[in-house]
Ligand binder design. Sequence first.
Ligand SMILES: Cc1cc2nc3c(=O)[nH]c(=O)nc-3n(C[C@H](O)[C@H](O)[C@H](O)COP(=O)(O)OP(=O)(O)OC[C@H]3O[C@@H](n4cnc5c(N)ncnc54)[C@H](O)[C@@H]3O)c2cc1C
Length: 506
Amino acid sequence: MSTKQVKNNFEVAIIGGGIVGTAVFSELCRLGVNCVLLEASEDVSNGSTKANSGIVHSGYDPTPNSLMAKFNILGANMYEDMCKRLSVTYLKCGTLTVSNEEGRQKLNDLLNRGKQNGVKGLKIVENKELHKLEPNLNSDITLGLYAPTGALVSPYNVCVALAEEGIVNGGTVYCYFNVNKIKYQNQLYTIYAKESYAPTPFVNAKYVINCAGANAIEVNKLLGLPEPQNVSYVKGEYIILDKSLKGYVNRPIFPLPTAMGKGIVSNLTVHGNILLGPTATPCQKDDVSVSTDSIAQIVDKVCLTIKKPNFGKTIKLFAGVRAKVGNDFVIERDNTHKNYYYTLGICSPGLTSAPAIAVYIKDMLIEDGLKTKNITPKKRKPYPELATLSRQELNKLIKANPQYGRIICKCENVSEGEIIDILNSPLKPTSIDAIKRRVRPSMGRCQGSFCIPKLINLISQYLNIPKEKVTLNGIGSEIVISDIKQYGYYARKQINTVLKQVSTKK
Ligand SMILES: Cc1cc2nc3c(=O)[nH]c(=O)nc-3n(C[C@H](O)[C@H](O)[C@H](O)COP(=O)(O)OP(=O)(O)OC[C@H]3O[C@@H](n4cnc5c(N)ncnc54)[C@H](O)[C@@H]3O)c2cc1C
């Protein structure tokens, strides 16, 4: 049992630890605001922030003068510096939207829309120039809209880093805090957690910001706010291929967009995997299942753009949900409850827009009386990335600490030392998936078949919890039921032998 005192009183409470909530959290903590981030699950980045394409969109797609267009452009312009500040990867690869000759007019329309939105450097590339950029394009693809300001990030790495940055600047994160009741009295909010295992049953705050993603409408209802019209949820399914196909595509390659969205993208991740998807299927707000029909659809659609990749290299299927309210983001202050703000319908390009949305929300709070301090913000400390070190540097590190020489995940080359570092990081991961999102064990070809038992041991040892309490992704997803050597099979065998001896003596 931890003796650390639990804090209950804050100036600002943010509900939801996705990219929007963590961006707001970091923005406010860096201004010295006493802030808490409340997240329902066991870790931040567990909603649509962990299941998207990771594209920092250049901004040619949103309708001009919409909030989406505004925040997309502002956010995209902030991303590179933000990633530098957070010490996370920002892959400046540009994006391509491609078609055959028939799509020329549509590509020109996108180019003009992009110019209207203020996107810099857009140009149409053709034939040889296009195929030089992407050698695996199909031969009938002859045109592409190249957006050099498009980029790629790891969405969960950015989200975790923002949360950590908030913590090192004095903020508090409560995971397992599933908000299910909000009381508003005397201009103060008391926010209650649903589960008894929450780190505290309630917190008080003067300002509340609802960033609960697909669940934000439900959170608004806790204060009696009405459900908006035109709400829909759209699932995006993906296929991820292993790193041996690295280089098959060099940047996100979009088909021409349709009324359903930006289409199925031939994409990559900052870590070198090939990522194919997403689909766009109407769904329930928490439906992240993947269907065989959708996988077939991804395979068909991808092959219209690029030469068929080796789908035998598939390592994982996954899905994320886009929450939509009409055709634009909704970012409002409520006029019935003082100092209550909400974000609804933050679908794509929400990842790109998050830093700009955070600044916008911060400005609203300051306008409404929030006091900030002129402090020098601290930087979050990045985890050591052994893969980026020279052999000499690596040898030195292993000599100083042999834990960096003990490999836990052979697919992704992750050492025990790296895992221990993150078990001691500002936002301590408590599940296998939370560790996976930070330093990638179980992210590779074998998907954890070999390293999960070792990870269970490490988590148990460093968090001082029994192995039966270690979870894949939060309470209810425990992996082992007992240790067969300690009190399981072997122990039972011993008991049975003793019982047998006793019964034969009789
Ligand atoms: C398939 C797909 C592809 C996409 N691709 C891109 C892309 O390439 N580029 C881009 O810019 N955008 C993209 N997006 C959009 C982007 O992923 C979202 O806009 C963004 O992740 C939304 O972040 P969020 O913080 O609003 O919500 P979320 O990430 O969903 O976070 C909400 C958080 O709130 C928590 N929560 C919910 N209810 C409660 C409660 N009662 N109490 C406490 N916590 C609660 C949840 O657990 C969750 O962690 C894509 C989205 C999808 C689904």
